[in-house]
Ligand binder design. Structure first.
Ligand SMILES: [Zn+2]
Length: 572
């Protein structure tokens, strides 16, 4: 490293001899960005400075500076690629994304038997691991018609504890060894906001939902800081490869935050992180009395808190107004009372934090919307209240969105790929009458919500291109269903691109720093082979990312996929 620092210093001195700045020109591109006014703008070149800030954007006919003493010093030939602002994923779980890549991944399994075989093989390949952990199973994808059981998992791994988180993160599947170690028995009371699936005699069946998952999760040895750092780096590389330059981390724990800080201190934050604390306790422990400043040249900030109103549809934890169509004795489970929600939101808003609330079912959505409406009278100003997922919002409650939009602003943080992934499951859970309010992107936008798009990674792969394709079509990768599902909720191309760039930055109070290509903003951009404004949705889905740049430093280069990430953090 000292040698490298010396070389950089020498370079800076040479550049300094001729000019105060070492600017870089990017040309031979087809540039597209959302403008400050929300419309699409095109350009043919851009100039950024030594500190990774955009200085100028050139349109056809503009005079572009020349290389040399009075012009720019470095040159990037875009080779005719499409240049877009770096993509922003407005809802991820970074550290979990890394661990999902590093541990057992069941998201590609199509049956219980296939999953059990994969689990057994993984356990054999990792004889040193005291616990087998992983995630990604989905009994819906397996067409099992019920949850899997501990007894079935015992067949794959009888001798060691196993704990596997469901694809949506809202349920876990334990084997008998894990249940024994965690002391979950027939006598264990069901916690509020949770479900323990039970056998006829009351003994735990193996799957625990929402708040009950902690009973086993707390018995799993916590990862050490070195593991968390590795998970963070693994996730960052995955994001960079997909063209992602910034994310909102929805539920940062104290240990996650310490890993972000270690990465920042070591110049290894390759993706900007807009962090939302996992609950008000983590928020206060990390921030003290208010949001943190932007740290590491706009690479990290904790600006808000994430709260959970309910669980997920797949595990029937989403809180509904009327019973589940496929389980008439259940309306799901609220994780907070209305009073608790109001108190937690108040506590955060009082100190100037942004509040993001997970709400999936229509009852959860209505509760969050009415609570926000009440709070807008006390906590005025630019608040940008965030609803995460907003998967089912009763059309009768849509006008509440318009009210909040007019008083403090409202962000609908939605994940386009959830819609095709969940389609048949959602139809079974909700029945036909409630589908008009499901994944209602266009309708919520019409009420004044700002649409910020993301993946909920590791629930879905952090692939903004698949997300844009889904947003435009309401179809899955195979083009089903014909004409799109509830096609009235499709969005146009500019809205889709904004959802992954400018609007996602706005959703994190970052619009003056990144999210567009404009002078004064950070030079975060991608060079890709496909134009999202003209290509077919299928071509967009298969977009190849050639290069990803964050703050004027390269974080991904498809020509050198295994190469070290460049020294991305330039002088502040
Ligand atoms: Zn999430």
């Amino acid at each position: 490293m000292p040698r490298l620092a010396g070389a950089v210093l020498a370079l800076a001195l040479i550049a300094g001899a001729g000019s105060a700045q070492a600017d870089t020109l990017v040309d031979n591109i087809r540039g597209e960005t959302i403008g400050a006014d929300g419309t699409l703008q095109t350009f043919t070149a851009l100039l950024f400075d030594d500190s990774g800030v955009i200085r100028a954007v050139y349109r056809p006919g503009d005079s572009v500076p020349r290389q040399g003493r009075k012009g720019y010093q470095y040159h990037i030939d875009g080779k005719g690629h499409v240049l877009l602002p770096g993509l922003i994923d407005a809802h991820v779980h970074i550290v979990k994304t890394g661990f999902a890549l590093l541990t057992l991944d069941l998201s590609d399994t199509n049956s219980l038997d296939e999953a059990l075989a994969k689990i057994a093989a993984y356990a054999r390949a990792h004889p040193d691991r005291p616990w087998i952990t992983g995630r990604g199973w989905n009994q819906e994808r397996w067409q099992l018609g019920r949850f899997p059981t501990a007894a079935e998992l015992d067949r794959a791994v009888p001798d060691r504890p196993v704990w596997l988180v469901r694809v949506d993160g809202h349920a876990g599947w334990a084997n008998s060894a894990a249940l024994n170690l965690a002391k979950v028995t027939a006598a264990t009371p069901t916690p509020d906001g949770g479900v323990i699936e039970r056998l006829a005699g009351g003994a735990p069946a193996g799957v625990l939902v929402d708040r009950a998952t902690a009973l086993v999760a707390n018995a799993v040895p916590a990862p050490n800081p070195r593991d968390i750092d590795l998970a963070l780096m693994t996730a960052e590389r995955g994001f960079a490869r997909a063209g992602i330059t910034a994310v909102a981390d929805m539920g940062t724990t104290l240990n996650d935050w310490l890993a972000f800080r270690r990465a920042g201190d070591a110049n290894r934050l390759y993706v900007r992180i807009m962090s939302y604390a996992m609950g008000t306790e983590a928020m206060a422990a990390i921030c003290g009395s208010g949001p943190t400043p932007w740290l590491y040249t706009d690479r990290l900030r904790m600006g808000g808190v994430k709260l959970y109103m309910d669980g997920a549809l797949g595990s029937r934890g989403a809180w509904l107004k009327a019973p589940y169509t496929d389980q008439p004795d259940s309306r799901g489970t609220p994780l907070l009372t209305e009073t608790q929600l109001g108190n937690l939101m108040s506590r955060a808003a009082m100190d100037g934090y942004q509040v993001a609330v997970h709400a999936l079912g229509d009852k959860a959505g209505a509760t969050v919307l009415t609570t926000i409406t009440d709070l807008t009278h006390t906590y005025t100003g630019d608040r940008r209240w965030r609803i995460e997922h907003a998967q089912v919002v009763d059309p009768a409650d849509w006008p509440l969105v318009a009210g909040i939009a007019a008083h403090g602003g409202v962000v609908a943080s939605m994940q386009p790929v959830h819609q095709p992934s969940d389609r048949t499951m959602a139809e079974a859970r909700l029945g036909p009458a409630r589908l008009a309010g499901a994944y209602a992107w266009a309708s919520l936008k019409r009420q004044g919500a700002v649409l910020a798009f993301g993946s909920d990674s590791p629930v879905e792969r952090p692939d903004p291109w698949a997300g844009i394709a889904a947003a435009l079509t309401r179809q899955d990768a195979s083009g089903a269903p014909e004409g799109g599902w509830q096609p009235q909720e499709r969005v146009d191309r500019v809205t889709a691109l904004a959802g992954y760039t400018s609007a996602a930055a706005y959703a994190g109070f970052a619009e003056a720093r990144f999210g567009r290509i404009a002078p004064g903003l950070r030079a975060d951009f991608v060079l890709v082979d496909t134009d999202p404004m003209t290509a077919t949705p299928d071509a967009i889905r298969h977009t190849k990312v050639w290069q990803t740049w964050v703050g004027g430093g390269k974080t991904w280069d498809a020509d050198h996929p295994d190469g070290e990430v460049a020294a991305v953090v330039k002088r502040p």
